[in-house]
Design a protein around this ligand. Structure first.
Ligand code: ADP
Length: 858
């Protein structure tokens, strides 16, 4: 056995090998250790290898899906080795000791899942293949759970940004490729040949030329080749659903690099996970497919004004009619995920239930079409979508006639073909029905004949049908001429057979077997029909998703009082009453109000320098404007009272000094690398938000860098930019940069407390309130007092000599100064305690006050 195991393990490579033994999948050696640790199951051992016990663990086959899900989540890949013959066949082949033949039937990896239980309903599951052809990168991506496949080409330097946009769960790349991204799985070089890729695509779609699908570059075809070869390998020759490839034009999208995506928390919050992301704050979709489409839309906003306006018009249509929207969303909410059901059926992993879902989904889609078609003033995009909702009449009718109302998930047990669909099947069922009734009659007859009221005819998996009587009555049936034959003696009962029962039982078994075979044949036929209609069904699923997205966005807009943005070509950004959707939602949970702010950038006033206290709302303001642009270009309403947005080609965000030490680069280095990227790439059409650039280094360096960066953005990039900083010195840039203006977030000191108004105002910040913020944050009083005296000296020194640290020379040490202050306080307290206030004349009291004040401040 170990020889067979080792051979399969070699084939499985670095995947965990699930080795089928009876009702279990067993794992051995290191695989067992890994799986036992991840799954938290017992690690045992079996036999020996090189004198050492062999570690082993196992999972029951019927519960394997659940264990698989956990392993895949933990980043493992699994090869499933099944028994490919029965023990009887093995014996026939190689004698009584023959080992049952096993073979790897499938590789289960994060990117090649189709099972409902292993997939997240609201998240696409993308597998990507990347390669390089003569300096250009090809990227092929597919979601085999729904079959969509996109091909794209990009410059080598853009690859990380493209991969960040796609958010693939698994990436494969040629083994020898040095620039392989992150965790990519190495695949043979030969898989990524462009002519091979072209041939594979043609073969998959049964076409002589790919021209009908669009035009594809060599790099795209090479990547497609690598992708299909990997799917072929993972499915052991059985390919999943693949729809015709779509050539994507990366330049038709709003470009965002990985750092920008992460800092804006578009589809994932910085801590990982969906909660706290823009997506979570916007998503009101009622179907999984809609949620997946929305995630994709937000990850890849558009730059084509016409398409954006089309999407906005559809959202507007749903926004304007709340009743229609509510009705539609009610219907959509109960819609099965037909895209994924189709994926399973085409991949050969479909169940009767999947067919039932397709039946229900497709007929519901047709009803939605009829309903929407009756409404007036339909926008252009809807006119394009509606026809895609129909066109499956024959297939839906067929499925409706063929299937029972709620078909089971198991195909092997039968019982899913409806009565009246197949006369022969009905007859077989009748035969077994009759035989069952005959058995019931038999039971009554035997009770009568034997006089044993407790006699029963029962059924189990081992014996089939049998007659059972309580042990005390068994003797009567044991007699040789009783007509009963003994089969089994249990604790309190004895079981028998009879000729008649045997006959009826055989009839049931035979008819049942035939009925199962008939149902199986019908299943295959129905699957064939579904496969033939795959492209149409996928188009219906996509159209439903798009409608759900638009209705969901309209719902969100209505809920939050969002507005329809105006999209223009000029490089402006006019936002009235803008809000940050995530911060606003978080505040409203604690009953706080979000303060809306305006932003008005234009070619003449395109760079805003924003000062003001920490925690004053600078980052929030920066991000909210970036998010509003992103939402608008994704075709969504925006959280503002009014928005006029000049199309943005690239969006950059550098917010907060996130600690990236884990990646081996210091925070400041990361900050500078990202700033360099912005300076190199931002165009006059770009929008950049920069928060506290330069704070990762010493004051002088930081100030100097911030100064130079602002100048460069103003003079060279000429993009729209919001720049938050705590360097007061930068306000002087307003004197030389004519398209730069000064703004600040307002704050007030009231009764010694700092009040943050979160309100943006024109003009420079008067001061940064750093010490007040420190006090607000609970920094001990003495430390704040100490900082205050350091600050006073610094400012004095700067006023006198122009040097920042010049005033620090005569500053006493912190400990000494603090001690002196404590002593002074004690003295003061003593004097006040010893004072008889009633005995003082007003004049004496006044003199004493003057004296105390003098002492305290010298
Ligand atoms: P800064 O960048 O100036 O340090 P932040 O933008 O990080 O400040 O904001 C700090 C906190 O202030 C936020 O977490 C939020 O709770 C609150 N805040 C920010 N902007 C607003 C606003 N416009 N209205 C209400 N609260 C706000």
């Amino acid at each position: 056995m170990m020889v067979q195991y080792q051979a399969l393990k070699r084939e499985a490579g670095d995947c965990l090998l699930f080795y089928r033994m009876g009702d279990f999948f067993e794992l051995f050696f290191d695989d067992a250790k890994t799986a036992a640790a991840v799954l938290d199951i017992a690690l045992t051992s079996r036999g020996e290898h090189d004198g050492q016990p062999i570690p082993m663990c196992g999972v029951p086959v019927h519960a394997a899906e659940n264990y698989l899900a956990r392993l895949i989540k933990a980043g493992c890949r699994v090869a499933i080795a099944e028994q490919v013959e029965t023990p009887e066949e093995a014996k026939k082949r190689g004698g009584s000791k023959a080992l049952v033949a096993r073979d790897i039937v499938r590789f289960v990896t994060a990117g090649t899942l189709t099972e409902e239980a292993l997939l997240e309903p609201r998240r696409a599951n993308v597998l990507a293949a990347v390669c390089e052809v003569r300096g250009t990168c090809g990227v092929a991506m597919c979601d085999i759970s729904t079959g969509r496949m996109d091909l794209e080409e990009c410059a080598a330097g853009e690859l990380p940004a493209v991969l960040a946009r796609i958010g693939a769960t698994e990436v494969v790349a040629p083994e020898e490729w040095a620039a392989r991204p992150g965790e990519a799985i190495p695949r043979p070089h030969g898989d990524f040949a462009s002519d091979e890729g072209e041939a594979r695509l043609k073969a998959v779609h049964g076409v002589a030329t790919l021209d009908g699908f669009g035009s594809f570059t060599r790099a795209m075809l090479a990547a497609a080749g690598g992708l299909i070869a990997y799917l072929d390998h993972a499915g052991r020759g059985k390919l999943p659903l693949l729809l015709p490839p779509v050539a994507q034009d990366g330049t038709a999208r709003l470009a965002m690099d990985a750092a920008t995506r992460a800092s804006l928390e578009v589809v994932e919050a910085q801590g990982g996970g969906r909660a706290g992301s823009l997506l979570a704050a916007v998503d009101r979709c009622v179907t999984g497919a809609g949620a997946r489409q929305l995630a994709e839309d937000l990850a890849a906003p558009l730059t084509d004004r016409a398409v954006i306006l089309d999407r906005l018009a559809l959202v507007h249509w749903f926004h304007a009619d709340p009743l229609l929207r509510a009705d539609l969303r009610d219907v959509l909410r109960h819609l099965p995920d037909i895209g994924r059901a189709l994926g399973r059926v085409v991949a050969g992993r479909g169940s009767p239930r999947d067919l039932g879902q397709l039946r229900d989904g497709l007929s519901e889609a047709r009803r939605i079409r009829d309903h929407l078609e009756a409404k007036p003033d339909r926008p252009a995009m809807l006119e394009e979508l509606l026809p895609k909702l129909g066109g499956h009449g024959a297939l839906t009718d067929l499925l409706s006639q063929a299937l029972v109302p709620s078909p089971p998930t198991e195909r092997g047990q039968g019982g899913f073909i409806a009565e009246g669909y197949d006369a022969a099947l009905d007859e077989l069922r009748q035969v077994s029905g009759n035989a069952r009734r005959a058995i019931a009659v038999l039971e009554a007859k035997y009770r009568d004949e034997t006089g044993i009221a407790a006699l029963k005819i029962r059924h189990n998996g081992v014996l089939g049908y049998f007659i059972e009587v309580p042990a005390k009555h068994a003797d009567r049936l044991m007699a040789p001429d009783s007509g009963f034959t003994h089969r089994q003696t249990m604790a309190g009962a004895v079981r028998f057979n009879s000729l008649h029962l045997h006959e009826e039982a055989s009839r049931i078994a035979e008819a049942g077997g035939h009925a199962l075979a008939a149902e199986d044949a019908h299943f295959e036929e129905l699957v064939g029909q579904v496969c033939a209609a795959r492209e149409g069904i996928a188009a219906t699923a996509a159209a439903l998703a798009r409608i759900d997205v638009a209705a969901g966005l309209a719902e969100r807009a209505a809920e939050g009082g969002w507005c329809r943005p105006e999209i223009v070509e000029q490089a402006c950004l006019e936002i009235e009453g803008g809000r940050h959707p995530v911060v606003e939602a978080a505040l409203s949970r604690t009953g706080e109000r979000f303060v809306a702010n305006d932003c008005t950038l234009s070619p003449d006033d395109r760079l805003w320098l924003i000062g003001g206290p920490n925690m004053g709302g600078k980052s929030t303001f920066l991000r909210q404007n970036a998010l509003i642009v992103l939402l608008a270009q994704a075709g969504a309403y925006v959280p503002a009272a009014r928005a006029r947005i000049g199309l943005v080609d690239r969006l950059f965000s550098r917010v907060g000094a996130s600690d990236n030490l884990a990646r081996g680069r210091s925070t400041f280095m990361v900050e500078m690398v990202e700033t360099a990227a912005i300076l190199a790439q931002a165009t006059e059409r770009s929008f950049v938000i920069l928060d506290e650039v330069g704070r990762g280094t010493s004051t002088y360096d930081g100030l100097a860098l911030a100064w130079a960066v602002v100048e460069a953005i103003h003079e060279r990039n000429k993009c729209r930019c919001l720049f938050a900083t705590h360097y007061h010195e930068l306000v002087r840039l307003a004197e030389t940069c004519d398209a730069l203006s000064l703004h600040h977030v307002r704050a007030r000191e009231w009764k010694g407390e700092l009040v943050l108004l979160h309100e943006l105002a024109e003009g420079p910040a008067d001061r940064s309130y750093g010490l007040a913020v420190a006090r607000l944050a609970g920094v001990p009083k003495e430390v704040v007092a100490r900082a205050k005296s350091v600050l006073d000296r610094l400012e004095k020194g700067r006023a006198q000599t122009g040097g920042l640290a010049a005033g620090l020379g005569d500053l006493p040490l912190f400990a000494a100064a603090a001690e002196a202050e404590v002593e002074q306080c004690d003295e003061l307290r003593e004097r006040l305690q010893g004072l008889d206030v009633d005995a003082l004349t007003p004049r004496e009291a006044l003199d004493l006050l003057y004296e105390l004040k003098r002492e305290a401040f010298t």
